[in-house]
Each structure stands twice: as structure tokens, then as C-alpha cells.
Design a protein around this ligand. Structure first.
Ligand SMILES: [Zn+2]
Ligand SMILES: [Zn+2]
Length: 347
């Protein structure tokens, strides 16, 4: 067990569980716990009063017809999408949820601010819920399993409820000891507001300094803040919904996680979700050289400058297991049964 009791090595499975629950226990649960729909109706009560900004932000995409478009606005869209996506994939997910690498206190705050600009609430809220996802993946207690609650709920219903608004700090004790992170988590609107002002300011300045760009503060705000945020929303949500329903399964994990090349493209490497569920503590989710993982590549570059370090890798035995699993998948997709499939894979 490491210093905070978060990472445990399960020697019987060769697995590092990022959330402290031995994998043997999870494997046992697979055979004893049926995948059933939840019966707690209170968890489906939407907090309509709270989600007005979420609805308005979607509707605000219509302003693209008012402000028009320009190459500068589209560049703004791409840059703000990629930057904030990295904040989510590298920091909210791989760092705060799984501690897949190490960094300094100041840079973890930079990453937290970057992630918070994506308007997906605070880093501790995000990590606490995500650790729960890995504890209960596609079983009772997984609040965004498409198999437990349906596709739409897993995509964009679960986080709109009163029940899931609160942060359970007991699940992120390791990061709750940093007051700046607790503050950012508590006042999670701060990042988005400052980010919106920055985007507007840049658009106004570019339009003023280089009038030929044809952009403005409002145009940049609509494209690089509103549209960019909505796109990022649905790419992120797709990892909860599509990455548990659409794709291939190299590893026989006790959930229904999938590897999906399209999601990997859109979500900075996070589409290798079956790989991720097999070994969540890894800094890379594309585990073979052909599985591109842009988040990991950027982390590697940052490690050259000493900004991040200790990037966790997938153990060799899991890579071997994965190759066997790939053969099994190919055999199965060629029309053979799963039972038969284990023969050539192990042989
Ligand atoms: Zn998952
Ligand atoms: Zn994860």
C-alpha cells in the first residue's frame, strides 16, 4: 500500500487497484452479484433549479447564427477544446482520480484550474464520483452505468440530480488536504467565469488589433467558450455511455468497458476504456504503440521538463494478457463462440 492507502498491489492478480479495493474481491463479486437495474427511485430526481445554466449553455449554441464565424473563432474553438480536454483527461481523470503520475503542488493546481474551466464541476467532485465508478463499474453503486440506468442517464442524467451534486470528501482524502483544491472545488464557478472573461478579452483584442480577422469578443465567446464547452461535454459523457456499450473488449474485466478508436481520437486517448478498466492506475490508456494516446504523449513531453514525473506504466504481464485477449476477440468476431475462443488464445 502506498503512503495514502489509495494504491494497492494485488499480487495474486498482478493488478494495482487505484482505489483500494482488492481486485480479487471485485472478481468474486462478478460471479455473485447480478447486474440488475437500481430500485432506488430517489436517485432519478433531477434538480431542475440547479441545471438551468447547463440548459442555457446548450441553447446558447444558437448564437453562432448571430455572431457569425471566422478562422480566428474556429482556432479559438480548437485550442480551448484541446487545452481543457487535457485538463480533464490528464488531471481530473488520470491524476486526481487515479494518481497515475506525480507532480508538484503548484502544477497540480494549474491542472485543477485547467480542468475546472471545462465546467464539469470541481476536481474533487469529479474524482470522488469517478473512483466510485471504478469501485462499482456496471454494478450496483455505479451511478453512470448504461447497463444499470440506461444510455441517456449514463450520458447526461446522473450528474443533474440533487443526490450527485455533493462531493464526498471522504473518497478523496488524499487531495482534500490541499485547501486550494477544496476552495476551487467549493467555488467551482470561479474557473469558468474567469475563463469566459479571458476568452471574451482575447476575442476583443484580436478583433481590435487585427481587424481583418473579422472576430470580436462575442464571437470568440460563443465559439471558444460555449460551443467548445458543449462539444467537450458530450465527448466526456461519451466515455461513460458509449465506452461501456460500443467497441471491443480485449480484457475480460468485470464490467462492460470497451476499446473504441473513434472515442480515443475524440477524447485524447481515453477511448481505450477497456484497457483503462483493466489497469486504471496507468498514465497511458493506449497500451500498445499503435493505440495513440495524445494525453499520454503530452505527459511524456512534460516529464522531459521535470514538470510531471513517475508516470505509471502497465505491467508486462497485463500486456501479454492483452495480446491473448486481442486474439480471442478476433476469433470471436470471426463467428466463433467465446468458449472456443479461449483455445487458440491460450494455445
Ligand atoms: Zn468506465
Ligand atoms: Zn478512470
Amino acid at each position: 500500500m502506498d503512503q495514502d492507502g489509495i494504491l494497492q498491489v494485488d499480487r495474486t492478480q498482478g493488478v494495482i487497484d487505484p482505489i483500494g479495493e482488492p481486485s480479487v474481491e471485485r472478481m468474486h463479486r462478478k460471479s455473485t452479484q447480478a447486474v440488475t437495474a437500481s430500485t432506488d427511485e430517489t436517485e432519478y430526481v433531477i434538480a431542475w433549479g440547479r441545471i438551468v445554466p447547463f440548459i442555457l449553455l446548450h441553447l446558447a449554441c444558437g448564437f453562432v447564427f448571430v455572431v457569425g464565424c471566422s478562422p480566428a473563432a474556429l482556432i479559438g474553438l480548437v485550442v480551448t477544446f484541446l487545452l481543457r480536454e487535457f485538463g480533464l483527461t490528464a488531471f481530473y481523470h488520470r491524476y486526481f482520480s487515479h494518481r497515475a503520475f506525480k507532480t508538484s503542488r503548484w502544477f497540480q493546481f494549474v491542472g485543477a484550474c485547467l480542468g475546472s474551466a471545462a465546467i464539469q464541476r470541481g476536481p474533487l467532485w469529479w474524482a470522488a464520483h469517478h473512483r466510485d465508478h471504478h469501485r462499482h463499474s456496471d454494478h450496483d453503486g455505479d451511478v453512470h452505468s448504461p447497463h444499470q440506468h440506461g444510455f441517456l442517464w449514463s450520458h447526461m442524467g446522473w450528474f443533474l440530480t440533487e443526490k450527485n451534486y455533493r462531493t464526498d470528501y471522504s473518497k478523496v482524502k488524499d487531495f482534500s488536504r490541499f485547501p486550494e483544491l477544496v476552495l476551487l472545488n467549493r467555488y467551482d464557478f470561479t474557473g469558468p467565469v474567469l475563463f469566459g472573461i479571458l476568452v471574451y478579452g482575447i476575442g476583443w483584442w484580436v478583433g481590435y488589433a487585427v481587424p481583418s480577422t473579422g472576430t470580436s469578443g462575442w464571437q470568440m465567446l460563443v465559439w471558444a467558450f460555449v460551443v467548445s464547452t458543449i462539444l467537450l461535454y458530450h465527448v466526456t459523457y461519451a466515455i461513460n455511455s458509449l465506452a461501456h456499450t460500443w467497441g471491443s473488449r480485449r480484457f475480460a474485466t468485470d464490467d462492460d468497458s470497451r476499446n473504441n478508436v473513434w472515442l480515443a481520437l475524440a477524447a485524447g486517448g481515453e477511448g481505450w476504456h477497456n484497457n483503462h478498466h483493466r489497469f486504471p492506475a496507468s498514465a497511458r490508456q493506449g497500451v500498445y504503440w499503435w493505440e495513440f494516446d495524445t494525453t499520454y504523449y503530452v505527459l511524456v513531453v512534460l516529464s522531459w521538463f521535470g514538470v510531471v514525473w513517475g508516470l505509471r506504466q502497465v505491467p508486462r504481464e497485463i500486456l501479454v494478457e492483452g495480446r491473448a485477449g486481442t486474439l480471442r476477440e478476433r476469433y470471436r468476431s470471426a463467428g466463433n463462440s467465446a468458449d472456443e475462443a479461449s483455445a487458440p488464445a491460450n494455445g
